[in-house]
Design a protein around this ligand. Structure first.
Ligand code: NAP
Length: 294
């Protein structure tokens, strides 16, 4: 493995230490305890495990967290009234609705109902719009985590050609918007690829940085990248592995072993982008609480 491993796990730990100091200072100087409400509807195992991770992360750095666990048949009306209640709760600075929601609930309607001032996921169209025009806002956690990984590992973003494979509203699109801004930690030239792109390798071979946010193992292969490229692997995929007790292991979207020989730096899966996503959620919750400093 010639590439430097960009450990999100390690960076997340460092950033969470900094945040711990911030929450301590907020409490001591202003008597403010940042508060995050996490709403989970149903018992999807992956969602339950994400929510547990968020609760532990909050507890570790001094954020008050409130879990709102509700059965899968919760009505849309009830969920909307819960959000309204949390919008008006002074102890809560951030509201997160764990996605996906059951089919009978309109996800867009729910995300619109969250007060944009408490939208720590950065999914409300008001905040998405602010991000697009380069205003300060709650940046969506995964793209923001990727930006921090690059910045804090001294990987130049300005003037780099960044090729993003994937155009979801969660990762690809907001990342493109953030990194193309005319501001600090941005100013990149961006190419976005997707399923209708003719020859993805043609673009990725020209990249200084490749970001894979696809959701399919081994989509980015060795011959699709150039020597010295930086690779950020956002994908989290389960592949069967009988040697593991649980019967599977997690891999990203890129051929980690082979690309690792060619790249100058690469994120592992797990331990790369994942821990950064939760870290930026904590960051947004503290940012929201700080707006209450008088
Ligand atoms: P998504 O909504 O399914 O979007 C996937 C994107 O990849 C789409 O734009 C799709 O193109 C594109 N795509 C799919 N197959 C492709 C192919 N063969 N060639 C080129 N493009 C292809 O997924 P997402 O929410 O962005 O998530 C992507 C991956 O990142 C998933 O594995 C997810 O679990 C992971 N993820 C990880 C974190 C983290 O914190 N680590 C956070 C979020 C997501 P079209 O638009 O043309 O369909």
């Amino acid at each position: 493995m010639g590439a430097k491993i960009l450990s999100g796990k390690q960076l997340a730990q460092e950033m969470r230490e900094e945040m711990k100091q911030e929450t301590l200072a907020l409490k001591e100087k202003y008597n403010i305890i940042p508060g995050l409400a996490v709403i989970l509807v149903g018992e999807d195992p992956a969602s339950v495990s994400y929510v547990t991770g968020k609760r532990k992360a909050c507890a570790n750095i001094g954020i008050y967290s409130r879990e709102e666990n509700h059965p899968a048949d919760m009505s849309e009306e009830k969920l909307l009234s819960l959000i309204k209640k949390l919008n008006n709760d002074p102890k809560i600075h951030g509201i997160l609705v764990q996605l996906p929601l059951p089919d009978h609930i309109d996800e867009t309607k729910i995300l619109y109902a969250i007060n944009p001032d408490k939208d720590v996921d950065g999914f409300h169209p008001f905040n998405v719009g602010k991000m697009m025009i380069g205003e300060d806002t709650f940046y969506p956690c995964t793209p923001h985590g990727i930006q921090q990984l690059l910045v804090r590992n001294d990987i130049p973003i300005a003037s780099s050609h960044i090729v993003i494979v994937g155009r979801s509203n969660l990762v690809g699109k907001p990342l493109a918007a953030m990194l193309m801004q005319k501001k600090e930690h941005a100013n990149a030239t961006i190419t976005v690829c997707h399923t209708r792109t003719k020859d993805i390798g043609y673009f990725t071979r020209q990249a200084d940085i490749v970001v894979a946010a696809i959701g399919r193992p081994n989509t980015i292969t060795e011959e699709m990248v150039s020597e010295g490229v930086v690779v950020i692997d956002v994908g989290v995929n389960r592949v069967e592995d009988s040697s593991k007790e649980r019967g599977y292991r997690l891999v990203g979207d890129v051929d980690f072993e082979k690309i690792g020989q060619k790249a100058s730096a690469i994120t592992p899966v797990p331990g790369g982008v994942g821990p950064m996503t939760i870290t930026m959620l904590l960051h947004n919750t503290i940012k929201s609480a700080k707006r209450h400093i008088r």
